[in-house]
Design a protein around this ligand. Sequence first.
Ligand code: MD3
Ligand code: FE
Length: 221
Amino acid sequence: MSGPTADLFADDALQQPAGREQIGEESYVLRGYALPWIERLLPELRRVLAQSPFRQMVTPGGFTMSAALSSCGELGWTTDPRGYRYSPLDPRSQQPWPVMPDALRQLAEAAATEAGFSDFLPDACLINRYVPGAKMSLHQDKNERSYSAPVVSVSLGLPAIFLFGGHERSDKTQKVSLFHGDVVVWGGVDRLRFHGVMPIKAGEHPVMGAQRINLTFRTAG
Ligand code: MD3
Ligand code: FE
């Protein structure tokens, strides 16, 4: 981290308990928070992906996204020529998205509470898969009905450099490295900040192989 934002939080960082880093006014990285859950989580994730496999989406502008996507929960995220939206059906199967597994929901709720957001009730879990070279360009998440709930993300597999910007696309970004098992909670005033992911570097993760999977839990409806 560098620049004015780093300076703002430098003192806080020194006073924080190990494993909880504040990266914004209402945003926290919980280092390794998901590690004790991984053995429960991975078989559930496999079941979800067997039912709704990863697919590469095409943006309304005609660009194929490099990260592949799936979802579970009452709502999933889709894109088509008409735009981006949350939908109760997987457009691939025309069936409801897989149910959000208990361990995933419990992990997200526990992490949100840890970051000061109790009563988080996620109804959507987006699952992004990055192979080396895949990235996510700077964007805001604006398709959720309300911005009062936080977003919780769980990083699995290869490391990523997360870019955390401001409220304008042109605002300076800070870089945050995210590793296997890290959980991030974004809420409140940080909820609409621009963010993205730098191209994933080549590598092989001992548990996840040559990929990064990111779960993001949201209250979308
Ligand atoms: C900060 N995914 O799916 S997770 C996304 O690593 C997305 O796959 C990235 O951005 C990934 O939309 C980053 C984190 C994330 C998600 C939503 C946010 C960070 C956020 C909303 C507001 C601020
Ligand atoms: Fe996002």
